[in-house]
Ligand binder design. Sequence first.
Ligand code: NI
Length: 163
Amino acid sequence: MAKLPIIKIGDPVLEQEAVEVPKITKKITKLIDDMLETMYDANGVGLAAPQVGVSQRIIVLDVGEGPVVLVNPVIQSAQGEEIDVEGCLSIPERWVYVKRATQVVITGLNEKGKPVRIEADGYFARALQHEVDHLHGVLMLERMLAEAEVEQVESPVSEGAEE
Ligand code: NI
């Protein structure tokens, strides 16, 4: 595994629609491993492939219950709404309020190419929506309702490290 540089806001790769992964090759498996290492190293809870400069539909997450890998993820349904604070590894030092669905059902493939279906709520649901947004070239700033001061937030829901 290798730690990859995280692409920061301003790079066009973060604004592109990522393409589907046609097949899980060794190269993709290595990319997934590297994305996980990069995410853990950055104390992140999620990372999307465009954030390491690869415009393909892969996300990795760990909201404290172990690694989750989704290739070609699709949000099948979304319910409820809630406003909370998010950060992004590609947008350092910014914390913003974003409205997200509270429950989502998402499908995709795992790292072995097996179809998976995940029902998520709360924090996990928010993180999934944030990462899927990255695959559509959408950053949290586009959804921002207001800027947040991290000091004012007890427990920021974050893609990145919590200070
Ligand atoms: Ni992000």
